[in-house]
Design a protein around this ligand. Structure first.
Ligand code: KG4
Ligand code: ZN
Length: 336
């Protein structure tokens, strides 16, 4: 059974984990707070911060796991999707490390790893199941037939769900990242305050959020024209109504996919699965329909290297090693 070092550097978290015999021994994350004043991730800044932090993060993970690098059997890393410059840092580091130690490299798809975060908990889903992966960069419905056999049933054609939260929050003058801010405000608001539209998509399992953001922009514009204190007075209600619509869109499509596929187990993954309304309504939806609900612990929902270790462990056991000519990719669900 392998001892693995795993690296994640696809966006704005520099992360390393150590997994021994499928058991997580260390999970270190250096979040990049430097992006906050810009209201979003600045790709070049992310690459530079990964470059500065990666050695320290890897050393911390090995130290915490009490594993010497000579005991490692493989180095797993996020090959894509993500920001190219950010991915290049993790990929180059992984290659150099594996080459120096004379051990295999294991390339991991970040979106598959988000799904596999569900296996980092004691009560994992049974195959086949559907996972709704909702993050700042992605919104996907994935049919999971086996650990390494997944099919994307539907995804967003414009903004990701997390982006809808973050951009909506920005319009309301809230700090970045806006998802947790809207979540907090919504808890004391009235979702009936405004009826946001449900965007139409050509395919029933596709998602679209850009129209929702535009509807929010017009609501704020019209409200502010009538009353300069409109946002201050109604921010909790606006947040509640906006969040309610995002969650309804997500769960309606998830339910449709579950019925179409006839699965008994459903899971959610990604940073937006931290949202309280999503968690509550996801559980309620599953209870009503007799489906088993699975939500990974929050630390494994947002970007982390524990999920890369889990995916890397499974790929390593399947004998799926990458060559030293491996290169990152910015989009896609399968290895390039
Ligand atoms: O998975 P993640 O950490 O990074 C990406 O791969 O994008 O997801 C980050 C996203 C951000 O858009 C953030 O606003 C959103 O997750 N998020 C939330 C909540 N916590 C984080 N959205 C809604 N409610 C939350 N409580
Ligand atoms: Zn992610």
């Amino acid at each position: 059974m392998p001892t693995l070092l795993a690296l994640e550097s696809s966006c704005d978290e520099t992360a390393a984990a150590v997994m021994v015999d499928g058991q997580l021994r260390a999970n270190i994350i250096a979040a990049q707070l430097d992006h906050a004043p810009y209201g979003g991730v600045i790709p070049e800044l992310a690459s530079r911060l990964h470059q500065q932090q990666i050695v320290r993060v890897v050393e911390a993970a090995l130290r915490e796991a009490k594993v010497d690098k000579s005991a490692l059997d493989a180095v797993a890393f996020t090959q894509g999707p993500g920001l190219l410059g950010a991915l290049l840092v993790g990929t180059s580091f992984a290659k150099a490390y594996a080459f120096a130690l004379g051990i295999p490299l294991v390339a991991v798809n970040h979106m598959q790893a988000h799904v596999l975060a569900n296996f980092l908990q004691p009560n994992p889903p049974e195959f086949p199941f559907i996972c709704l992966t909702v993050s700042g960069g992605h919104t996907q419905l994935v049919l999971v037939r086996d650990y390494l056999n997944m099919v994307v049933l539907g995804e967003t054609i414009d903004d990701a769900a997390g982006e809808a939260f973050d951009k909506g929050a920005k319009l309301m003058g809230l700090p970045y990242p806006g998802g947790p801010e809207i979540d907090k405000l919504a808890a004391r608001g009235d979702a009936g305050f405004h009826d946001f539209p449900t965007p139409r998509t050509a395919e029933p399992l596709q998602f679209s959020f850009s129209g929702l953001k535009t509807a929010l922009r017009y609501l704020l514009r019209d409200g502010l024209a009538a009353d300069p204190d409109y946002v201050d007075k109604h921010e909790a209600d606006i947040a509640a109504a906006y969040q309610h619509r995002i969650i309804s869109i997500l769960l309606d499509k998830l339910a449709l996919a579950a019925r179409e596929q006839g699965v008994q187990h459903l899971a959610i993954a990604g940073g937006v699965s931290a949202n309280r309304e999503l968690r509550q309504r996801f559980q309620a939806l599953c209870d009503e329909n007799g489906w088993q609900a699975h939500i990974p612990p929050f630390a494994y929902c947002t970007d982390n290297a524990a999920m890369i270790a889990m995916a890397g462990h499974l790929r390593f056991l399947a004998g799926d090693h990458a060559g030293l000519d491996v290169a990152p990719y910015t989009r896609g669900f399968e290895r390039a």
